[in-house]
Write a protein that binds this ligand. Structure first.
Ligand SMILES: [Fe+2]
Length: 164
C-alpha cells in the first residue's frame, strides 16, 4: 500500500498543478481569441481537479478537522514567514517585477490566511452566516462583504469572488 499511496500522491501533485496550468492556458487562449480551446482547457482543468481530489481522498491523508486546521496553520505560517521572503528577494535581485508582485501578494496574504485558520480553530462549529470574498488578484479574503477597494492590491469590490 505504501507504493500505492506514493503513486496517488504523485498524481495528486501532478493533477493539482495541471488544474492551475490549464486554467492559465484557458486565459491565454481567451486573450488570443480562441474561445473553444479556452473552454476545452477549462473543462480539462476541472477534470484534473476532480482527479486530484479523488487521488488525495484515496491516500486517506485527511485527518480530523482539528488536526487539518493545525496542519494548515503550520504550512501557511511557514510559507509566509520562511518560504516567500527569500523568493521575493530573488525576484527583486532579478528585477522581475511581475514575479515580485505575485510573490509579495502571496506573502502579504499569509497573515490573513493564518488569522482565518486560527479563527476556525477557536470557533470551528459556530453557526456563522455570511460569505467570504476573495480577491482574484492578491488572494485577500474578507468576511461579510468585499471592501470598496482591496487594501492590498486596489481591486474593486465587484471583482471579488464570493465563497459560501
Ligand atoms: Fe487584492
Amino acid at each position: 500500500m505504501a507504493r500505492t499511496v506514493d503513486n496517488l500522491m504523485k498524481m495528486f501533485t501532478s493533477g493539482s498543478e495541471s488544474n492551475i496550468r490549464y486554467m492559465a492556458f484557458a486565459e491565454a487562449a481567451d486573450k488570443e481569441g480562441h474561445p473553444n480551446a479556452a473552454k476545452i482547457f477549462r473543462a480539462i482543468a476541472k477534470a484534473k481537479m476532480f482527479h486530484a481530489l479523488s487521488h488525495f481522498r484515496a491516500t486517506k491523508c485527511t485527518d480530523t478537522t482539528a488536526e487539518n486546521l493545525k496542519q494548515a496553520l503550520e504550512e501557511e505560517t511557514y510559507d509566509f514567514k520562511n518560504a516567500y521572503p527569500p523568493m521575493v528577494q530573488d525576484a527583486v535581485n532579478d528585477d522581475a517585477l511581475e514575479a515580485r508582485h505575485s510573490l509579495e501578494y502571496g506573502m502579504s496574504i499569509g497573515p490573513v490566511i493564518t488569522k482565518l485558520i486560527s479563527k476556525a480553530i477557536g470557533n470551528s462549529d459556530a453557526d456563522e452566516s455570511g460569505s467570504y470574498y476573495v480577491c482574484p488578484v492578491c488572494g485577500n479574503i474578507e468576511f461579510g462583504q468585499a471592501p470598496a477597494k482591496c487594501p492590498f492590491c486596489g481591486v474593486d469590490a465587484s471583482d471579488f469572488v464570493s465563497v459560501s
